[in-house]
Design a protein around this ligand. Structure first.
Ligand code: GDP
Length: 458
């Protein structure tokens, strides 16, 4: 993306298809001049920044009115991109929107590349890189929870958290650099304890952020949950029960295997890919064998395995044998409406291994508890993190990992009494890694790669 040509860009900012309104966005110094060419030359229009005003959009070649629109002008630098921006809200007709864009291009506008509006906002320092990424996350959020996490990051939460760490590193770097530069001068001796404790603080804050990535990744990408059990225990019925209420997501996440039945639903805003597997049993039948094989594959790919037993049938330990083949996280005893024939001591021995939930897919009894138990499994060890700053982006996670290892090395070098020059190498490296998250230290091709994942018009 060659941004520095200072062109005025244009794109349709609303999704393709028909809608009540459709928005065209322009950014660049000619935004207003280009927009004026869509208005009647007789109309003496003056645009007031941040005010929306009604206008007729005209094809000045034919003199015909194309549409009615609300036009809003944002004057640089007080706009999303930091440049002059115009938003034209007209009727959401793909034909009208395409016609208006065609005219604006013929007047001299340039088609915006994917993510170019946001990229300009970043390059003009309106937002940092983590905020730019949050815009993409917010737009693509599939659950309200994902949207909340992205909105926090968009408000600069991550940047705010990192700033004191960066300030602290800069302070240390300045001190060490001056010690190196002005060896001859009478500088204050290094307060080792002071710097070690500062390093400790930064290390523990970064380590906390890194550990939030486990739940962050789950919030972003969801988990895969497989229901396993013998045929007829009620797996499909539980599957449908779980989907019934929480079926917030219609489109499955990318990468979903279609071999077994997979649907996505949300528990407390966390996407769950629910996999209904074929039953597990020894069989001579070839087709069934394939089904069982697929089940094993589905299970090996699952993050959470829920074993299902039939309350009315499973009565001896032999019926539980299959459980030992899998790393089961939760056990569900289904068909409790028929009475539980599984001996208490067997249930107790299962409870020692994992939570056991009694349900009836038929009546719905226990399904809420099952949802809660699944949520607990997903968030195990991360409950305290929910609500705080959470790392959801792998790029941020990797940069934090690098910063952490550099800081740990610096701490070790400091306490081993290495020279300032040696300690400085890792302090610089840690600062550099943190800068990668907010975009201060990034190569332009990495920036291009990030923005290329955006849609046009964003
Ligand atoms: P799957 O083979 O494990 O997927 O089992 P299904 O969900 O197809 O259910 C097998 C049979 O058990 C069907 O006839 C269901 O109607 C019945 N079933 C499933 N859950 C329950 C339940 O909670 N109570 C009762 N009474 N029957 C159930």
């Amino acid at each position: 993306m060659n941004f520095y040509e200072n062109k005025t860009i244009v794109a349709i900012a609303t999704p393709p298809g028909y809608g009540g309104i459709g928005v065209i966005r322009l950014s660049g110094s000619d935004s207003l001049a280009l927009t004026r060419k869509l208005l009647s030359p007789q109309a003496e229009v003056s645009f007031t920044p941040n005010r929306a005003a009604f206008h007729y959009l005209i094809n000045n070649d034919s003199g015909e009115v194309i549409d009615e629109a609300i036009i809003t002008y944002f004057k640089a630098p007080h706009s999303f991109t930091g440049e002059d921006v115009v938003e034209i809200s007209c009727h959401g007709s793909p034909v009208i929107l395409a016609e208006l864009v065609r005219l604006l291009l013929s007047f001299g506008a340039t088609p915006a590349e994917p993510g170019e509006f946001t990229m300009r906002a970043f390059l003009n320092h309106r937002i940092d890189l983590s905020q730019a990424e949050a815009i993409n996350d917010l737009i693509h959020a599939q659950t309200a929870y994902q949207a909340r996490v992205a909105a926090k990051q968009l408000r600069g939460e991550l940047s705010r958290l990192l700033q004191p760490i960066k300030d602290c590193l800069i302070e240390m770097i300045v001190h060490f650099e001056s010690t190196v530069e002005f060896v001859e001068d009478d500088l204050e001796p290094l307060n080792l304890e002071f710097f070690t404790s500062k390093l400790e603080q930064s290390i523990s804050e970064i380590a906390r952020l890194i550990s939030s990535y486990r739940i962050g990744r789950i919030i972003r990408s969801g988990v895969r949950l497989a229901l396993v059990g013998r045929p007829n225990v009620g797996k499909s019925s539980i599957f449908n029960r779980l989907l019934e209420k929480d079926r917030a997501i219609v489109t499955p996440l990318p990468g979903t295997t279609r071999d077994t039945l997979v649907e996505t639903f949300a528990i407390n805003g966390i996407p769950v890919d629910l996999v209904d597997t074929a039953g597990i049993r020894e069989t001579e039948d070839l087709v069934e064998q394939i089904g069982v094989e697929r089940t094993r594959t589905a299970i090996s790919e699952a993050d959470i395995i829920v074993a299902v037993l039939d309350a009315a049938v499973a009565t001896s330990e032999k019926d539980f044998d299959f459980l030992e083949q899998f790393p089961v996280n939760l056990c569900v005893i289904n068909k409790c409406d028929l009475g539980i024939r599984i001996p208490d001591e067997l249930i107790e021995s299962l409870s020692d291994l994992y939570p056991v939930i009694k349900v009836s897919a038929l009546t719905g009894q226990g399904i809420e508890e099952l949802r809660q138990a699944i949520y607990n499994q997903i968030t195990v060890g991360s409950q305290s993190m929910i609500g705080g700053a959470i790392i959801t982006n792998e790029r941020h996670y990797l940069a934090l990992e690098q910063a952490l290892s550099a800081l740990r090395q610096a701490r070790q070098d400091l306490s081993a009494g290495f020279t300032e020059e040696v300690v400085l190498v890792n302090l610089h490296s840690a600062l550099q890694s943190l800068g990668v998250i907010t975009g201060e230290t990034l190569l332009s091709d990495i920036i291009n790669q990030i923005f290329s994942t955006f849609c046009i018009g964003k």
